[in-house]
Write a protein that binds this ligand. Structure first.
Ligand code: SF4
Length: 73
C-alpha cells in the first residue's frame, strides 16, 4: 500500500494537530481521541477516521479552522 498525504502521522507537539483542524472532532467519551471527517472514500462518501491521539496527530490534509466555530452558530 502506498503512503498518501492523508495518512495520519503522530508528531508530538505539532502545531498542526487534529485538535485545531477543521476536519477534526473530539471523541465524546474520550476527548484525547477524536475522529476526522476530512477524507472522502472513492465513492465520494465521508470516510470517518479514528484519531488515536487527537492532540499529537496531523496529516497532509490539515486545514486550520476555528475549532470553536460550532459554539457561535
Ligand atoms: S484532516 Fe488530517 S490533521 Fe485534520 S483532523 Fe483529519 S487527520 Fe487530523
Amino acid at each position: 500500500m502506498m503512503a498518501g498525504s492523508y495518512d495520519m502521522v503522530v508528531e508530538p507537539g505539532t502545531t498542526k494537530a487534529c485538535s485545531s483542524c477543521k476536519w477534526g472532532n473530539a471523541d465524546f467519551v474520550n476527548p484525547l481521541r477524536g475522529n476526522c471527517v476530512g477524507a472522502k472514500n472513492h465513492m465520494g462518501g465521508i470516510w470517518k477516521r479514528l484519531i488515536k491521539d487527537y492532540y499529537n496527530t496531523t496529516c497532509g490534509k490539515y486545514e486550520e479552522g476555528d475549532v470553536n466555530f460550532r459554539d457561535h452558530v
